[in-house]
Design a protein around this ligand. Structure first.
Ligand SMILES: [Zn+2]
Length: 241
């Protein structure tokens, strides 16, 4: 299936999700036009994580704005500002796609103590506000536009899949800024001060206890049980001393 100009059809299910999204945006939306995420989902059904496929176009030079950076958009609207590389063309399929080596991935995760730098959750831990849902760790970018050759240790952070989605700004957030502002007001001065420093750092530094906890979480179950018993004994004998 191809168009008159030789472009493949976005309905062609043999194409990858990123290519199909690019074709749909090119054919049906066009530069300088707004569109609804829902319309994209309906046009290209069955593509998993379609938002992610769309975001994957950014490093290929595509500029897609959300309501967060364009006040005139409503939360479910997006704006196709710039059409980037024609990723449906054979030589351009992988433009902007990058692979993080296993070694780099380990380095980033080790540095971040195998915890999400945004919410602090470790791998396999249950979200406190979402019982039954367990965290999966992935890598995120500090600067969403610093892809490609720039993706190095200093640009990458460990994030859980949930924070990663929110951070990429295409998933509607569950809270409003007013809600968060009210919660900030309720914090003590000390708590406000730490929050401000985390904001500046773009991460939550871990206490010594949390660092140990994160490493402990990486151990096999039997060794964890053993350490737990040891710690209980340690505290017991310290109590007597
Ligand atoms: Zn998280």
């Amino acid at each position: 299936m191809t168009t008159d100009e030789g472009r493949p059809d976005w309905n062609d299910q043999s194409l990858g999700g990123r290519v199909r999204v690019a074709l749909w945006l090119y054919e049906q939306v066009g530069e300088g036009k707004r569109f609804r995420k829902q319309a994209m989902r309906e046009a290209i059904p069955g593509v998993e994580q379609i938002d992610r496929r769309m975001r994957d176009l950014r490093p290929a030079g595509w500029v897609i704005r959300t309501y967060r950076d364009m006040a005139s958009l409503s939360p479910d609207e997006l704006f196709l500002e710039t059409i980037g590389a024609h990723v449906w063309e054979p030589g351009k399929r992988s433009t902007g796609l990058r692979t993080v080596s296993g070694k780099l991935r380990r380095e980033v995760m080790d540095r971040d103590h195998h915890r999400c730098v945004r919410c602090g959750i470790s791998s396999g831990e249950e979200y406190p506000d979402e019982p039954g849902s367990r965290a999966r760790l992935t890598l995120g970018h500090i600067n969403a536009h610093a892809y490609g050759s720039n993706a190095g240790l200093e640009n990458l952070v460990t994030e859980c899949a949930r924070c990663n989605e929110t951070a990429k700004q295409f998933t509607p957030v569950q809270f409003t800024a007013d809600h968060v502002r009210d919660q900030i007001r309720e914090l003590s001065k000390r708590e406000k001060t730490s929050l401000l420093s985390w904001m500046a750092l773009e991460r939550r530094p871990m206490s010594k206890t949390e660092q140990v906890w994160a490493r402990y979480r990486q151990l096999p179950g039997g060794e964890r049980d053993e350490l737990q018993r040891e710690l209980a004994r340690m505290l017991g004998s310290e109590g007597e001393a």
